[in-house]
Write a protein that binds this ligand. Structure first.
Ligand SMILES: O=C1O[C@H]([C@@H](O)CO)C(O)=C1O
Length: 449
């Protein structure tokens, strides 16, 4: 599928250490995209900590719990800034050219640019903007969207968007590109900054813009973020027909729980811990004791559970699998709730191996009675692989379980999946061919051929 995709390591928080990047799949020869542009550039957004991932992981699994807290910098194409006066002496030298403001791209007046924007933040939800240059959103997660204009783009970890930007501003100066944390308090995290340079007129590409960097939207305004989520529809010429109904509905409540003194996230009371032996190997070789055999719950007690009260149960830690019938249609409603500190946060959920139709977003508690289903978009839903679950709300998606294998569906906040915020789907594993011996090595797969 043509589009912009992200890749990163999934084991032991390696993404946090920088093992990530972007892949662009171009359209086949002769294919006409529903928009046009002169040039394209990639924009990979990230966040950065001074603490190593080992320290972060140790804190998350410690009793008492130590959260990763807020990042020290935001990165744009791998580069960020930090107030050097706070750094240990000798580690930072602001006069070095690689400490200068990065140039995002050089704009030629009148040209239109396609920016392929991806976020691989470990924690942060972002707002990305280019001063004075509105963006026309044309693609999301590899699917064409009904174009819509934004002043800046809210983007969640694991998502990609393509936007069109027209170089139509005063070409005698440069402009800020900036990323800002939203959804969490950004007071400890300065905005990510880069420069869009109009070098065409002999302008200096390093020249800082004459204006103050943009401040971004209020970080705690959830409504404007939900509004953008709701503005994303499939492009009218690229609507992927959706099955009319689901064969199975999963209602997933997330709660933050204290389990044996450790703070964990659970889905319907289960905190996911990866087994040492990979699921696929265990299933293909019939190793029934390598992961939990008892199926996890499809539902939580949605009638009586109060989503503004923390954790309904203490929860358990485990490695169970949702076994889906191959080819069946599955609806998932992600239900947010309050954490132990009585607040609700944004969780970008990412599904491996499939795209899903985004049926809709709601506030409060999802009511599975007919009423709630009527609010959902069945006409032109966008397909995505990552979707935000907004604070105090719910998100509903539908997918066809048509890709034989074992697939993770998880919150893309690295610390949260580390704390168990994910589930495992299996479908048609009997259709998966012989596993190559090169993948053997972990747990009881060691030495297998
Ligand atoms: O998972 C999290 O834990 C902390 C906090 O809830 C407990 O310290 C936080 O901000 C998270 O996102």
């Amino acid at each position: 599928q043509p589009g912009t995709y992200l890749y990163h390591a999934h084991y032991g928080m390696q993404r946090v250490a920088g093992l990530n990047g972007m892949i662009v799949v171009t359209v086949p020869e002769g294919f006409v995209e529903p928009f046009s542009y002169d040039e394209e550039h990639t924009v990979l957004l990230g966040d950065w900590w001074h603490k190593s991932v080992y320290e972060q992981a140790t804190g998350l699994s410690a009793n008492p719990f130590v959260f990763v807290t807020e990042p020290q910098s935001l990165l744009i194409n791998g580069r960020g800034m930090f107030n050097c006066s706070l750094a240990p002496s000798g580690t930072c030298n602001a006069s070095r050219p690689d400490c200068a403001l990065p140039t995002l791209f050089t704009a030629v007046p009148g040209k239109t640019y396609l920016l392929r924007i991806g976020s691989l933040t470990s924690l942060s939800s972002l707002y990305f903007e280019i001063e004075g240059h509105p963006m026309m959103v044309v693609e999301a997660d590899g699917h064409y969207v009904r174009p819509f204009a934004v002043r800046g783009l809210f983007i969640y970890s694991g998502e990609t968007y393509s936007v069109l930007v027209k170089a139509d501003q005063d070409p005698r100066r440069n402009y800020w590109a900036a990323s800002h944390v939203v959804g969490r308090n950004p007071s400890q995290t300065p905005s990510g900054k880069a420069v869009v340079s109009y070098a065409f007129n002999g302008n200096n590409p390093w020249m800082p813009p004459p204006t103050a960097p943009p401040a971004g939207p209020p970080w705690n305004n959830t409504a404007i973020r939900v509004d953008q989520s709701r503005a994303i529809f499939a492009h009218p010429h690229f609507v992927e027909p959706m099955p009319a109904r689901a064969d199975r509905t999963l209602l997933f409540l997330n709660t933050q729980n204290r389990i044996d003194g450790h703070i964990k996230w659970t889905i319907n009371g289960v905190s996911l811990m990866f087994p040492a032996t990979p699921y696929l190997v265990a299933m293909k070789r019939g190793m029934k004791d390598a992961y939990e055999q008892r199926p996890p719950p499809d539902m939580y007690d949605h009638m009586s559970h109060d989503i503004s009260a923390p954790a309904p149960t203490n929860g358990t830690v485990g490695s169970p699998v949702y076994r889906l019938a191959l080819g069946s249609v599955v609806d998932v409603v992600l239900q947010n709730s309050n954490m132990l500190n009585n607040k609700s946060e944004t969780h970008p959920w990412h599904l491996h191996g499939h795209d899903f139709w985004v049926l809709g977003y709601g506030e409060g508690k999802f009511n599975p009675a007919a009423d709630a289903w009527r609010l959902l978009n069945v006409r032109d839903p966008i397909m995505k692989n990552t979707v935000p679950l907004h604070p105090d709300g719910w998100t509903a998606v539908r997918f066809r379980a048509d890709n034989p294998g074992v697939w993770l569906f998880h919150c893309h906040v690295e610390a949260h999946v580390f704390m168990g915020m994910g589930v495992v789907f299996e479908e048609g594993v009997e259709r998966v061919g012989r596993l190559p011996s090169s993948i053997m090595g972990c747990g009881r797969s060691k030495g297998l051929h």
